[in-house]
Design a protein around this ligand. Structure first.
Ligand SMILES: CC(C)(COP(=O)(O)OP(=O)(O)OC[C@H]1O[C@@H](n2cnc3c(N)ncnc32)[C@H](O)[C@@H]1OP(=O)(O)O)[C@@H](O)C(=O)NCCC(=O)NCCS
Length: 206
């Protein structure tokens, strides 16, 4: 059964599918836009503010933990097995570490991860806290992101390095075409069941 409309999310749009084996804690701090798919075996730890835009996919075995803020803008995606950390322990040795150790012996750092529009994170990549993945960025599989990624650039490796540009103009043109079909003249999303022929696969591919 789709969990999207019965777990008490702060906000949830239309055409959202959260598969039954996905696990979401503190859903009251999580908002989700329209046309979003969260696969089975995704784990999202709410608590910090989590904002997921529209046309977002989160694939199986991906996790979001750390207790900080996550913003995923429209048309962004997380492939399978991605690890997003929005908070961190103090690894320097100034304090003890891990959530079983009480304050003030352990000082966790709640932070953020921002994933801008049209960014895609390749399978099994790790995103550490405090980074912004710029608009249109693609992260290769198995990458480690420790720093901000500049827009419309492909990054690979551990730590990830920029390897080449991604075509901004092309993707933004496609976005314009798609939105023209899927939003009405007042800017409201048209759900699948009200669309008629709009937005079907053949039209989207033409
Ligand atoms: C990053 C990526 C998009 C590059 O694809 P590509 O343009 O076809 O690149 P190529 O395969 O020609 O590789 C170019 C170079 O980058 C290296 N490379 C490619 N992907 C890499 C990765 N993930 N990590 C490290 N190096 C990588 C290649 O080894 C090659 O190196 P070389 O020039 O020294 O031989 C792709 O390799 C990738 O990782 N895609 C993610 C796929 C994924 O996670 N899908 C999940 C389902 S959505």
């Amino acid at each position: 059964m789709n969990q999207a409309y019965n777990i008490g999310l702060m906000k949830v749009g239309k055409d959202v599918m959260i598969w039954p084996q996905a696990k979401i804690t503190s859903p009251g701090s999580i908002s989700i836009g329209d046309s979003v798919i969260i696969d089975d075996f995704v784990f999202i730890m709410g608590g910090g503010k989590i904002s997921i835009g529209s046309f977002v996919h989160i694939a199986s075995f991906t996790s979001v933990t750390g207790g900080g803020e996550l913003v995923m803008e429209d048309f962004s995606g997380l492939s399978g097995g991605v690890r997003i950390y929005t908070g961190n322990e103090d690894y320097s040795g100034s304090y003890m570490t891990n959530p079983a150790v009480p304050h003030p012996y352990r000082i966790p750092n709640r932070s953020f991860v921002y994933i801008k529009k049209h960014a895609i994170i390749g399978a099994n990549s790790v995103i550490l806290p405090g980074v912004t993945i710029g608009e249109g960025v693609a992260i290769g599989a198995n990458s480690l992101i420790t720093q901000d990624c500049k827009p419309w650039t492909i990054y690979v490796g551990s730590p990830a390095k920029p390897v080449r540009e991604r075509p901004r103009k092309r993707i933004l043109e496609l976005e314009t075409q798609l939105c023209h079909k899927l939003y009405d003249s007042h800017g409201n999303y048209i759900p699948v069941k009200e669309r008629g022929n709009y937005g079907n696969t053949e039209e989207s591919n033409s």
